[in-house]
Design a protein around this ligand. Structure first.
Ligand SMILES: Cc1ncc(COP(=O)(O)O)c(C=O)c1O
Length: 365
């Protein structure tokens, strides 16, 4: 059976490194925080070029902590993409804010700078961008918009740790940037995990405070914070994977090129476009397919698994319906609606046998 993401092949490839790193943590008796987590944070900061990297319990926690650190208050509006995983909008709502859904561009599928600008009101406090499927959003335009309107910017790079835009690393475009180490991510651990990145010393201090029960000194709680931390065992796993990340990204890009070559020759199927100046981690390899039901049948006949990221615009999700209708969170996002009808993601990682998938498809299409 072809796996959608082959985490087992990855474990086999670096098994002795994993076993050694895991054993060290287990023998150390230090399971939360401590030297392994600190070393990982230093390595993440160095890799991205951020002054600060602060690990936490998940990408969703990272978004919540970022919103708290930036001072989100009930009733504040935050512009988020309509076409993405729910976490950015969900975290805004959890803190009493109002997500305002911006449209995407129809080829790159990234949040559209023009749509962001149209959604700005007197209540807008910030923007959360998502580096969707592994490539960066259009930051030159978006950062200019944020600056000229006095808005903060959170870069959600859950899917794009390791991506670049004109040579600048993902996780360095926001006032705060975040990533997720969910196992299926390009840099994933063996459970939940996440991290925040910032160049700002003051924000870094706030983030650490919030993530650690509002406490700098044991049993002194300056604010009401939360408990969000990365386990040492996950940090050990991530340190091994980080050493191999650049090689894996090269393999991912080669695999994407092979898929692209095949699908570009087929009418009615278009791979997600990568913007000029971007390198992608290909967290997902995603196609836009005119006749999706017919293509799904081909995949099923060929025994190829697939996922639909994402089947519905966020503004249509039951949990946001009232918000959209009653509170006027804008939602006539034509490109998002179209994308939801056309997208399909194929099996993809550094260990995916793309040739075999293409060969199987050739037999049935
Ligand atoms: C764009 C985006 N943001 C946030 C998250 C949340 O990350 P986590 O699952 O680590 O909480 C995800 C996870 O899938 C994601 O894709």
């Amino acid at each position: 059976m072809i796996p959608f993401i082959n985490v087992r092949a990855q474990r086999e490839a670096y098994k002795s490194e994993f076993l050694q790193a895991e054993q060290q943590v287990l023998d150390s008796g230090c399971f939360i925080g401590g030297p392994t987590v600190e070393t990982l944070e230093a390595e993440l900061a160095k890799y991205t070029g951020s002054a600060h990297a602060i690990t936490c319990g998940s990408g969703t926690d990272a978004l919540t902590i970022a919103l708290l650190a930036l001072g989100l208050e009930p009733g504040d509006e935050v512009i988020v993409p309509d076409f993405t995983f729910i976490a950015p909008a969900e975290c805004v709502v959890r803190l009493g804010g109002i997500p305002i859904f911006a449209d995407i561009d129809s080829e790159m599928l990234q949040i559209s700078a023009e749509s962001i600008e149209q959604r700005i009101t007197a209540k807008t406090k910030g923007i959360i961008t998502v580096n969707l499927f592994g490539q960066c959003a259009p930051y030159k335009k978006i950062r200019n918009i944020a600056k000229s309107h006095g808005l903060w910017l959170i870069e959600d790079s859950a899917q794009a740790f390791g991506a670049t835009q004109y040579g600048q690393n993902a996780c360095t475009f926001g006032d705060i940037s975040i990533t997720s180490f969910y196992p299926a991510k390009p840099l994933g651990c063996y459970g939940d995990g996440g991290a925040l990145f910032t160049q700002d010393d003051g924000l870094a201090q706030k983030i650490r405070l919030i993530a650690n029960h509002g406490s700098r000194t044991r049993y002194v709680h300056e604010i009401c914070g939360m408990n969000s931390r990365l386990d040492a065992i996950q940090a050990a796993v991530l340190r091994v994977k980080l050493r191999h990340l650049d090689d894996e990204l090269k393999k991912r890009q080669e695999n994407a090129r092979k898929y692209d070559e095949f699908f570009n020759a087929i009418q009615g199927i278009t791979p997600q476009k990568i913007a000029d100046g971007n390198t992608s981690t290909y967290a997902q390899y995603t196609l836009l397919v005119e006749d999706r039901p017919a293509f799904l049948k081909h995949l099923e006949n060929a025994g190829i698994p697939y996922c639909i990221h994402y089947p519905q615009p966020l503004h249509e999700q039951p949990c946001f319906k009232e918000l959209v209708q009653v509170r006027g969170s804008a939602a006539n996002n034509a490109s998002t609606i179209k994308a939801c009808k056309k997208v399909i993601s194929l099996p993809f990682c550094a260990f995916t046998n793309v040739e075999e998938i293409i060969a199987r498809l050739k037999k049935v299409m």
